[in-house]
Design a protein around this ligand. Structure first.
Ligand code: FES
Ligand code: FES
Length: 155
């Protein structure tokens, strides 16, 4: 089946089974390797992308769910000023170690800060609860999100 959507602002048409994983279409068909596969079961957030502005785990999202929608992956987001702020905050806070989880955390951070520009620590922990990191122990990531929020709010 032919499925049309927009990825990082570019219209695309893919030929895929409707239940094919959005993750595979993004990585294999479209070459977007910043979208990572960790658990493959919807538990770790490594494959997170924004679909119509909402965070989704692309490993458990059928490509048909993206039909006529807008997808933002780390490859598109990294062209933006907001990415630069979030990336700098992660780097300054030590929130990036092996880096495998980072694209998913950055996308989840963007989704969170779009909805709630000044989240409390609890709200950050809840907002990022769908993302797992084996390296950082999370506190540095929470600090990164707090710092990014402050910068984006001009504090
Ligand atoms: S790879 Fe998709 S949630 Fe882990
Ligand atoms: S930095 Fe290694 S899994 Fe998060």
């Amino acid at each position: 089946m032919r499925i049309s959507f927009t990825v990082n602002g570019n219209p695309v048409v893919v030929e895929a089974e409707p239940l094919a994983r959005l993750l595979d279409v993004l990585r294999i068909d479209l070459g977007l390797h910043g979208v990572k596969e960790g658990c493959g079961e919807g538990e770790c957030g490594a494959c997170a992308v924004l679909l119509n502005g909402r965070i989704v785990n692309s490993c458990v999202t059928p490509v048909a769910a993206a039909a006529d929608g807008e997808i933002l992956t780390i490859e598109g987001f990294c062209e933006t000023d907001r990415y630069a702020v979030i990336e700098q905050a992660f780097s300054d806070s030590g929130g990036v170690q092996c880096g495998f989880c980072t694209p998913g955390f950055v996308m989840a951070t963007e989704a969170l800060l779009r909805e709630n520009s000044k989240p409390s620590e609890d709200e950050i922990r809840r907002g990022l609860s769908g993302n797992l990191c084996r390296c950082t122990g999370y506190n540095m990531i929470v600090q990164a999100v707090q710092a990014a929020s402050e910068t984006l709010n001009g504090q």
